[in-house]
Every structure is written in C-alpha cells, then in structure tokens.
Write a new protein. Sequence first.
Length: 557
Amino acid sequence: MVVADAKSASASETNSLRSGDASVNADEAFLSTLGYKQEFKREFTRFELFGVAFSIIGVLPSIASVLVFAIPNGGPIALVWGWAVCAFFIFFIALSMAELGSAMPTSGGLYYWTFSFASPRYRRLLSWIVGYSNSIGLISGVAGVDWGCAVQVMAAASIGSDMAFAPTTRQTFGVFVALLIAHGILCSMATRVLARLQTFYIVINFVICFAVIIALPAATPKEFRNDASYALGGFANLAGWPNGFAFILSFLAPVWTINAFDSTVHISEEAANARTAVPFAIIASTFMAGVLGWGMNMAFVFNMGQDMESILSNPIGQPLATIFFNSLGKSGTLALWSLLVIAQFMMGSSALLATSRQMFAFARDGALPFSSVLHRIDSRTRTPVIAVWVCVSGAFLVGLLTFAGAAAINAIFAMGVCAQYLAYGIPIACFALAKGTNRARTGPFTLGRLSFPIAATAVIWMIFASIIVLFPSVPAPTPNEMNYATVVFGGVLGLAIIYYFFPRYGGMYWFQGPLGALRVLENDAKDRSSNFSEKDSERKGESESSVEKIREVQNEY
C-alpha cells in the first residue's frame, strides 16, 4: 500500500517536474528562505528519493558484506534477535532525522541544522565538526560499499571456478578501483539520468530480497535445515568474548546496514516537494530495510546448517555465498549472486551521489580547501562533477587500508558508523535542547511532544553503538586483530580540528558558519533593526559582513 501510494505520488510529481509548475517554484522559494539559490534541477520525485535511500541501504548486499561480524558473535541469535533490537532503536534515529529534514531540506543538512540550533557560542565549531565528520563517514561508506562489491565479484569468480580461484588482495583492490571509476562516471551524469535510474534500483532490491526469502527455504537440502529451537535460540561464539558481550558486538552488522539516513537530505535540493519527500524517504526506507532484513535473516537461520565455523572458513571467502552455495548449488548461487552484485553496484553509485552533494554543500559554504573550485556546477550536466571525483579520490585513499589486513578492513566499516553517528547525534541533540523560536522551526512532518524523548533515545543509542563498534573482534587482540577505527577516524577528525584552530589560517579565523544560515541571520537582523540599540547594531553589522568575508577567503583559496 505504501509503495502503491508512493508510485501514485511519484507519477504526479513527475508530471509536475516536466511542466515546471508551482510545486517546484515553492521548493525554490523555500530554499531561498534557508539562504540559498536554486542551482540544481529538481528531477527527483518522492518515490525516486526513496530509491536513493533504499538502494544505499541495499539490504541484502549490505548483509552480505557484514555477515562476518554476526555469525561468530552469536550466530542465529545474533541474526534474528540482534537485528530486531538494533532495527527498533535505529528507527528512532530515522524519526528524528526525518523531522529535521522536513524542517530544513538543504544539501548541507546536518551541519546546517547544527549551526541553526546550537548555542551561538559553540555553533561554528560544532557545525565544522559535523560537516567534516559527515564527509569522512560518507567517503568511508563509499569505500566500504565498493570494497564489499569487489569482494562479491571475486566470490562469484571463486564459485565459477569451483573454488580453484582464490583472489589476492591486489586483485580485489583492482576491482575496487574499477568500481570507483565506474561510479564516478555514472555520478557525473545529469540529474535526470540519476533520478530515473532509481526505479530500476528499487525493483532489483525488492526482487533479490523476496527471491532469497522464497528460494532459500524451497531449495535447501535436509542436512542444512534447522529446526525452530536452533534457528531462534541457537548461539555460536567463535570470537572468545563472553556470550553476552559477543551478542552485543554482533550489532555492527545491522548498525552498518541500516544507515545513510542523511542521503536524501543531501539530495533534497534536487527533489520536488522536498519538505515531505525527504521525511517519507527516510522513514519508508528505514522501515522497509528493518522488515526485509529481518525476513532474510530468518531465511538464513533456518537454512544455514549449524557449522558456523565452516561457513566462515569456506574457500569461497564469503559467508553468505557459502550459505547460498550449500542450498542452491553452483548454478543457483551464481544466478542469485549476479543480482546481488548488481544491487551492490547500484548501492555504490547512490552512496557516491549523496557523498558528492555533501561535499558540494560544504564547499559552497567555504569550509573546505579549494572550496571555490569544489562547489562548481558543471554547465552541461548541472551536477558538481569536480566534487564527485574528489570523493572518488578520497574513497580510493581509504581503500588503501585494505592492504593492512582484515583488521584495517573492519576499521573501514566501523569508521563509517562512528563518523556518521557523530554527525547525526550532534544536530539531533542541538535540536532537542533548543529553546524559543529555534525549537519552533519545524516542517510538515513533526513529532510534536514525542520529539524530545525520541531524540534522546536516538542519541543515547548512537553513543552506545559507537562505543561497541570500536571494540576489537577478539579479546586480547594481536596487532593484526586490533580495531583501528579509533586511530583512523580519530586521526582524520583530529586533523580537521587542528585545521580549525590552526594559527592565523585556521577555520576559526574565517569560517562563520553555513552561508545560508548567515543570510537568514542577516535578514532577521534587518527585520529587528529599528529596535536595535547601538550595541546591537554593531552585532548586526558583523552578521551582515560575515558572508562577504567568507567569499573573500574562498577567492583566496
């Protein structure tokens, strides 16, 4: 029913986009109240915006990439009940993000909200931290998705060769680079092309989810079938942590899978009816991912056998591919796996699309080196092509960590979670604690009195989950078993903070905040100018000149 309604709305919005009627003009007018002029074409309908979020989540491809974290830390219980617990709390994040996205749908999203709702004393620094953390999280997400896709491609090659082919890290990295380049080319295309692809992305993701839920139970031989007592209550602990803590460590799988709440926010300036489309896309994609993911995990636990160790150590090198191979055989596995690789490829293109828009928005506000170049819109495609390729280069650099071994690969996934949760948590907390007129700035979708308890639950959950994903996979780890996410993420974010406080040239000397938010302050100051005292007038003058100061710094860069 939700999908049918969305399709109906999508058809209406598509006609609206083609005719250029009042809905698009209303979006442009509202964007101007946020301090920005329309630079993109609004080609995304509500259904297509949902497609971006749903394809980035990529339920089955994501589960395939991180199943290695759930199986050794609980097995069936982790897959079924660990997923259910996480999906429940993750939905609180989606609700809070949807409320903020409805109030202020702009590509700068998270750091714009932070500046708007934080205390004036700290809002410049906090918005700087959120902007860089969001950029780091999105770029590492692109690297994680494309590395996972490269692993899936190599798993298919291994299955096709009857396990005679064992890919090396160099070979897998070569596929990873090829995927990055392909995604860079795709995301450099016109917005209309990217928008129309989303319907195909949605169909493929739904098809493979239902194919697994239906085909796996039908095809699994008796020796790999599990009864309900094991499927719903069996526990496997191969990592060595105490059982309870091992179960908690399995949360990395659903936490990494059901993510990317901000993706539609970053594309909001390319969407029609953004104030309603953005919250719809966030809530619908999160809900569908939680339900479909739980359904597929149920299919796995009933049809994966009980030898968890053999699933992890199989020569195929991919736990989910091993489960498919045991149930469907070589031909069936390759058929289903090819669809999974396609879905993961689409997941990577959508992830890069959202990342490039965040990079564009952050550069538009002068917060990045060479901002005047990075925020340029290509005159032919009306997309930020330079920002796209900078994001590709950043993901390439993150991907080099794979040569440091399995621990570094795990750090890519953990870093993506921590960086994004920091970027989500700060604006949600600032909004929840805001008072007066700021707190009243809401959109068509609002949680009302439930806003604060939902936001508080979301923030507490993100703090908890961020701590958990930073633990090593085994107790008393060797250097090769350490979780280096803290070092990598802390190092990169630390450099961003050093850049802010750097003497004379640091951001604290020229970064005044998002340009759009400063224009809003400027307009508010003008409205109140007749009642200002002399002291207040001086503050007004500082606010009015701040945008010009940032533009001067951009030109210097």
